[in-house]
Design a protein around this ligand. Structure first.
Ligand code: HEM
Length: 179
């Protein structure tokens, strides 16, 4: 996993909890990398799970909730980094349908070793978008947080429903515009 995800995670911990909390969880997690991440480096994605597990222990907030709220935060940070992706896509559905075939393709050009998920899209009827997440890394909680962060960023009224698919590494996200 790219270092930028780790640095943003630790930034979130520092601002939502405290700089000391970030130091404590790095110590508790006893990481192969030692916890000093550079944005362009690449690290074992298991390290982010270890950090979240330690944060959960210290805060008593469930891992799922922490990963999801990190997804929200991450979306906001990514949107600041690449405002053009937002301005080129006027709605949530426009934006999300660009993630697989365009946004993550651009990410891969920048970071050839990026580990990215795949999304498939279905639009069974107007006002509904179904996104199927597949990845070897089982970060569907993160995907849910990112999609939630996207809906919040655009300020649209959209209901988000998740169905986990057998095997544990894939999930369907059903987005429905509220009338
Ligand atoms: C709501 C929109 C998005 C969703 C649902 C999404 C989903 C994800 C997920 C779940 C991962 C974790 C890796 C995995 O599951 O295999 C990931 C990785 C990543 N995404 Fe996205 N993404 C979104 C938008 C973006 C945007 C806008 C950017 C950049 C501007 C971006 C850049 C990245 C990067 C850099 C990684 C890390 C790759 C690595 O660690 O090697 N994503 N994305």
């Amino acid at each position: 996993m790219k270092g930028i995800v780790f640095t943003m995670f630790l930034e979130m911990v520092e601002s939502r909890f405290s700089p000391a909390m970030a130091e404590h969880i790095i110590e508790d997690a006893d990481l192969p990398s030692g916890g000093s991440y550079t944005t362009v480096g690449t690290y074992d994605h298991a390290e982010i799970i270890q950090l979240v597990v330690q944060l959960s222990k210290r805060t008593n907030i469930p891992v799922f909730d922490l990963v999801k709220s990190f997804g929200h935060y991450l979306f906001g940070q990514l949107a600041l980094m690449v405002p053009k992706f937002i301005s080129d896509n006027p709605t949530v559905f426009d934006f999300l349908q660009k993630v697989d075939g365009y946004i993550h393709v651009e990410v891969r050009k920048l970071y050839p070793d990026a580990e990215l998920p795949a999304f498939e899209y279905e639009t069974p009827e107007p006002g509904t978008l179904i996104m199927t997440y597949r990845s070897a890394r089982s970060f569907a909680d993160l995907a849910e947080g990112l999609i939630g962060g996207c809906i919040e960023h655009y300020g649209e009224k959209i209901d988000l429903l998740r169905e986990d698919l057998p095997g544990g590494s894939s999930a369907r996200f059903i987005l429905t515009e509220r009338r």
